[in-house]
Design a protein around this ligand. Structure first.
Ligand SMILES: Cc1cc2nc3c(=O)[nH]c(=O)nc-3n(C[C@H](O)[C@H](O)[C@H](O)COP(=O)(O)OP(=O)(O)OC[C@H]3O[C@@H](n4cnc5c(N)ncnc54)[C@H](O)[C@@H]3O)c2cc1C
Length: 549
């Protein structure tokens, strides 16, 4: 039976068919939970979260696939807004698995008494702006109509699962699953012939774990990916004691660095050192594991093709060293895009898994998938009989969940229409023509290029300060001026063009979803510059925004 999203349990009865609020928050992941805390408990607003799932946690509620874990280290892949929370919560390891992160987010919901203002099992279907009342009217799939002064989307950059439309998919006699909508009860792969499509972060995390259980695993790979070992380890009590002592400094650092990690991107170029020293640096970072390989090695890896080539070549040499069959090793070696130009995965035993006798790799760039048959997958030159298919095919990133909501601004302007050629925002926070609608980690903000809790907290704080200022100064509405929005979109494109990000067909560009306009969506200018811009705009009385009393 095909997988269905795990919306288990009956809908609790809607509290009211209609209600009036200060703020509607859509989504109960990292962003929605913090937004509720900030708006309700700090600003004193009447705020309520609406969430499709039957639990809180967002990404960590939906992505229950084997091997799912964070790849920012736990002690900074977490909230910084409460010192008490920091001091009382202890992560088991550097890179905990999905259940532990979900438990953390549930703990946050309980600890701050958030649940009473979170309505689960409720999808927001539409939000329309009523200009005469200067309010939003929001509808849900439970027949409710909610009137709100502000709508804040916390719908997630990676929350709209992308299941490819392969002919025959629905006739497959076995089970199929998408990693981003994994069944709560889990999946038993014992004795099964499993096909896994996709070698992005999720596919790379899931492959070794599924291989250890399944009778046979066939990985269907279109684009080989560069991955660096995670080197997960338990956090010992003395390490915890130090982290807890240093938390303020760690958090401060995450707000100052390019990608929101508590370590610097070194300014040095890959060519400031000798070939031997460079190799030694890469060896050390490979042994240490994690994102530091990209962010803590050389400052020009994402700007200079030659510099990037040194890192790419190092990873390829590791693949050839680890994978015993030379043909498989070559298939796993990425050559068509620079390292880091796609979202870089980190892994536990990914490459070595291809030495297992029960694992095979199929190059679907060379021999594309033609159809899914009732028995399995047929490519141009072979047929693979399968019991289970896993789609690790990622998400309609950054705009997918926003555009699934029928959002209509001034004069009935549809967001889908406005964004037909790609998303347009001012600072990734607001869209011209959609007053009082705020988009947490919206396109045009650093979002997915940052350690995301840092990006989320910065956005929620900025929005919350903005609403507070509006109340103090008696403004009812805020929206970007069109020229400020145009200039921002131009700036976002300009800085992206100075990097190697355009060299890959990535989800950052929308290239993974057929028909999606290819526009570079996140802001690559880096966190320090972005924060500076956001602060300058606020200090100048919200420059580039139109405020109305
Ligand atoms: C497998 C995986 C691993 C990741 N690891 C990392 C990591 O290590 N480091 C990092 O920085 N980031 C990571 N990310 C990115 C991750 O998405 C963010 O870190 C963070 O969890 C995003 O939180 P959020 O609240 O913005 O969105 P989400 O967690 O995606 O939550 C959005 C919520 O909105 C709900 N929603 C959407 N539309 C509607 C609607 N119309 N009505 C009602 N509800 C709706 C969804 O159901 C969802 O629960 C990872 C992502 C994935 C998929």
């Amino acid at each position: 039976m095909p997988n269905r999203p795990n919306r288990a349990g009956p809908h609790p009865a809607a509290d009211e068919a209609s209600r009036s609020l200060d703020v509607v928050i859509i989504g109960a992941g990292f962003a929605g939970l913090y937004a509720l805390y900030r708006f309700r408990d700090v600003l004193g607003l009447d705020a309520r979260v609406y969430e499709t799932g039957d639990g809180v946690g967002g990404t960590w509620y939906w992505n229950r696939y084997p091997g799912a874990r964070c790849d920012s280290e736990s002690f900074y892949y977490s909230y910084s807004f409460s010192e008490e929370l920091e001091q009382e919560w202890e992560w088991s390891s550097k890179y905990p698995e999905q259940p532990e992160i979900l438990a953390y987010l549930n703990h946050v919901a309980d600890r701050f008494d958030l649940r009473r203002d979170i309505q689960l099992c409720t999808k927001v279907l539409s939000a329309a702006y009523d200009e005469s009342a200067a309010r939003w009217e929001v509808t849900t799939d439970r027949g409710e109509r909610i009137s709100a002064t502000y709508v804040v989307t916390a719908v997630g950059c990676l929350s709209a699962a992308n299941v490819p439309e392969i002919p025959g998919r629905d006739d497959f006699r076995g089970d199929w699953y998408h990693t981003g909508a994994w069944p709560k009860q889990g999946v038993d792969f014992s004795g099964k012939r499993v096909g896994l499509i996709g070698t992005g972060s999720s596919g790379i995390q899931a492959t070794p774990v599924i291989a250890a259980q399944a009778e046979h695993l066939t990985v269907f790979q279109r684009t080989p990916n560069y991955t660096v070992p995670t080197r997960n380890a338990r956090l010992r009590p003395e390490e915890w004691a130090k982290i807890k002592r240093d938390y303020r400094a760690i958090r401060q650092k995450t707000r100052e660095t390019q990608a929101g990690f508590p370590y610097d991107v070194l300014e040095r170029s890959a060519f400031d050192v000798s070939d031997e020293q460079r190799r030694e640096i890469y060896e050390q970072l490979w042994a240490e594991g994690g994102f530091k390989f990209l962010w803590g090695s050389f400052g020009d890896l994402l700007r200079d093709k030659r510099a990037n080539h040194t890192a790419a070549e190092f990873i390829r040499s590791k693949i050839r060293e680890i994978v015993k069959d030379p043909g498989t090793a070559e298939k796993l070696c990425p050559t068509d895009h620079p390292y880091g130009s796609k979202r870089p995965p980190i892994d536990t035993d990914y490459y070595v898994t291809f030495n297992r006798p029960n694992v095979s790799l199929v190059d679907i760039k060379r021999s594309p998938i033609v159809e899914i048959t009732p028995q399995g997958i047929r490519t141009e030159d072979a047929t693979y009989e399968l019991d289970t298919i896993v789609f690790a095919t990622g998400f309609d990133a950054m705009t997918g969940s926003l555009l699934k909501i029928d959002l209509r601004g001034v004069g009935g302007l549809r967001l889908a229409e406005k964004w037909a050629a790609g998303p347009r925002t001012y600072l990734g926070l607001q869209v011209a023509g959609f007053p009082n609608l705020f988009t947490i980690t919206g396109p045009g903000s650093p979002s997915v290029l940052l350690n995301m809790p840092v990006a989320i907290e910065q956005h929620v704080d900025w929005i919350s300060d903005c609403i507070e200022q509006m109340r103090v100064k008696g403004f009812r509405t805020i929206q970007p001026q069109l020229d400020a929005e145009d200039a921002w979109v131009e700036h976002v494109n300009e800085v992206a063009k100075q990097t190697l990000f355009y060299e890959a067909k990535s989800w950052y560009l929308g290239a993974n979803v057929p028909g999606k306009p290819q526009v570079f969506m996140p802001y690559v200018g880096g966190q320090p510059l972005y924060r500076q811009k956001c602060e300058a705009v606020a200090t100048a009385g919200y420059a580039g925004f139109e405020l109305r009393a």
